[in-house]
Design a protein around this ligand. Structure first.
Ligand SMILES: [Zn+2]
Length: 480
């Protein structure tokens, strides 16, 4: 009745307890479960931000997804799993069926065309598996990083759990400090967003001892932001998650609110959705006094790789993702530097084969000290510009970052349009004269890089925030 796979067993008495607490008032002090250990837990607190009907609905889907996801991971570990998935995609997805109709045998990976985001937009529901028609699905939308046309991504319970929740469960399984804190009905994860239409709600996490994932939104009003900071200061938070730019924004709000005896102290921070630069990691680790790890994921492909606990790159999800690198010669390989191609056997709703992510990275096979063995992303550029064309020569972004390091910059953004370089920067607390700093940066880039056209200007912190729902790109170029 309850999923017992992957070492996670959710006690039946907790389900009884949850159901009882749904039926009775929250003033109930004790539930007779016949199990003294669980009696000691007291009544199971219910989140006040989510209606009980919605909560039960979400719990039912999460349980179905949890069980299905773990069963699917076990199936995908078998030798013929990729072959089976390709056959499934070729037979149930109209786009693939048409593309491969001249093929007489079972298709392999090289038979499938490269798939781009534009293909997903153009083909629409022809990319969806016909097996979805009778499934209960929800939809997610991805607008990409550059406000391109959004794509509707349907999900069943299994892909929802695997895409959105499994990453947290994975960290709680591997980090004893997190697992020891998880209590039914207590906060397990706080995910902070700044999407305009993000709805704040909570749901139970079956893979994390029925603790709660609390979704919270920043930027609604100063009062709401203050309330969130005070909540985070008083509530133990095993995992705090969000985009780096959003968590940085959270820290800025935290700094504006007078300190009290408690501070925001998550056990770990998990970031995703944007590149995590070294200085941002250092800043977040210093402010929140905890380790920061990142995940590589996307709305289309779900969780692709998680950062090594020893911080030695991002280890690619074994079995649930088949990752290749598309080199400049147009050949896909398991290792190398180039655009990442994802085939996602875990996605039975929108099976993606040879999907061009638009993200650039270096992938190698490693045997890591953390125990992982397999593909590891050692450099993840994502959609950031890796090199600029300036003054007739190529300058790597990391070289630009090195030149800017001595300046009193809290944050900065380098964008190139045509031959002109635009640098927006936020002064840090040590900056005395912003105009002099701008002039010094412009002079240095001219002498060191031959950048003759620069527009360097100090901006306010809010001027640097990415648009709502957009990703932060530190380095970008329209011509690279
Ligand atoms: Zn490792």
């Amino acid at each position: 009745m309850w999923p017992a796979c992957a070492g996670h067993v959710v006690p039946l008495c907790l389900l009884v307890k949850l159901c009882l607490s749904m039926e009775q008032s929250t003033s109930m002090n004790r539930i007779a479960t016949g199990d003294s250990d669980h009696d000691m837990l007291g009544p199971l607190p219910l989140p006040s931000d989510t209606s009980r009907v919605k909560l039960v609905h979400l719990l039912a889907i999460a349980l179905e997804g949890y069980r299905g996801w773990h069963e699917q991971m076990a199936r995908l570990a078998q030798r013929d799993a990729l072959e089976e998935f390709l056959g499934y995609a070729a037979s149930t997805v109209p786009y693939y069926r048409d593309s491969l109709k001249t093929l007489s045998n079972t298709p392999d990976l090289s038979d499938f065309p490269l798939l781009s985001r534009d293909d997903l937009v153009r083909e629409g529901t022809r990319m969806h598996s016909e097996n979805l028609r009778n499934a209960q699905v929800q939809h997610r939308f991805t607008g990409g990083t550059t406000n391109r046309k959004s794509i509707r991504i349907p999900r069943d319970a299994v892909s929802w759990y695997g895409f959105d929740l499994y990453g947290y469960e994975r960290w709680s399984s591997s980090e004893r400090r997190i697992a020891s804190q998880l209590r039914p009905g207590k906060t397990g994860v706080v995910h902070v967003q700044n999407y305009l239409h993000w709805k704040e709600e909570s749901l139970f996490l079956p893979g994390m001892n029925l603790s709660l994932l609390r979704g919270r939104r920043l930027g609604r009003s100063p009062l709401c932001d203050r309330t969130l900071v005070q909540f985070l200061r008083t509530e133990p938070v095993p995992i705090l998650s969000g985009k780096p730019s959003v968590l940085r924004y959270l820290s800025e709000i935290d700094a504006l609110i007078p300190p009290d005896p408690t501070t925001i102290r998550p056990t770990i921070i998990l970031v995703g959705g944007e590149n995590l630069h070294d200085d941002e990691r250092e800043y977040l680790e210093e402010w929140f006094r905890c380790p920061v790890y990142s995940e590589y994921r996307s709305t289309e492909c779900g969780l692709i790789a998680t950062e090594c606990s020893f911080k030695r790159g991002h280890h690619v999800m074994p079995h649930t993702v088949h990752l290749q690198v598309l080199g400049r010669d147009g050949v896909a390989r398991d290792e190398g530097t180039g655009e990442l191609l994802v085939t996602n056997p875990a996605n039975r709703c929108v099976p993606l084969v040879n999907y061009r992510t638009g993200d650039w990275a270096t992938v190698v096979r490693t045997r890591c000290d953390c125990g992982f063995e397999g593909q590891t992303i050692t450099e993840l550029f994502g959609k950031e510009c890796r090199a600029f064309q300036l003054g007739g020569r190529t300058t790597e972004s990391r070289e630009l970052a090195r030149l800017l390091e001595p300046f009193p910059l809290l944050r900065y953004r380098v964008h190139q349009r045509a031959e002109k370089l635009f640098i927006d920067w936020v002064p840090d607390a040590n900056c005395q004269d912003a105009l002099s700093v701008s002039n010094a940066i412009e002079a240095l880039l001219g002498s060191e890089l031959g950048a003759t056209e620069c527009d360097v200007r100090p901006v306010s912190y809010s001027g640097m925030q990415p648009g709502i729902g957009s990703k932060q790109l530190r380095f970008a170029s329209r011509i690279a």
